[in-house]
Design a protein around this ligand. Sequence first.
Ligand code: FES
Ligand code: FES
Length: 166
Amino acid sequence: MEKQYVTLKVNGKEYEFPVGTRIGEIPDSETLSQTLRNRLELTGSKESCGEGACGCCTVILDGDAVTSCMLLTVECEGKDIITIEGLADPITGELDPIQQAFIDYYSFQCGYCTPGIIMASKALLDKNPHPTQEELAEALSGNYCRCISHYTVMEALNSIAGNKEA
Ligand code: FES
Ligand code: FES
């Protein structure tokens, strides 16, 4: 039988994985979150609920924010994926403006939810650089923070969006 492969572009780099159940192969049941974290060591995206409810595992797939625990890797053939590790400038190390704003506004406490919130924000701001506070809140409605950092998250994002609430 002909060998099956799945190809992913992650943070600008192409990866090809054999599909199957032997060691080193990707089984049909493996999630994108598991592939990113366990095979590519991109552990910035966190896994918490594992069922699409918390947003901690959010990455950007073909321009949209997605919960990577809810996608099977074999279904991501040919997709362009960006994780939190892909936001900073690869040459200079300069942070994405969203990352810098989160630092400037102290927009996290334990930080477990933060990569997911930043990626959901990034997906919105790439499409709409000046969202209203309501649009920001809607885009983050699937991202939960147990430390209640929402207020400072909104301050950081309002500053980038140019909203007067900042
Ligand atoms: S771990 Fe994916 S949504 Fe919670
Ligand atoms: S900063 Fe701790 S869960 Fe959000």
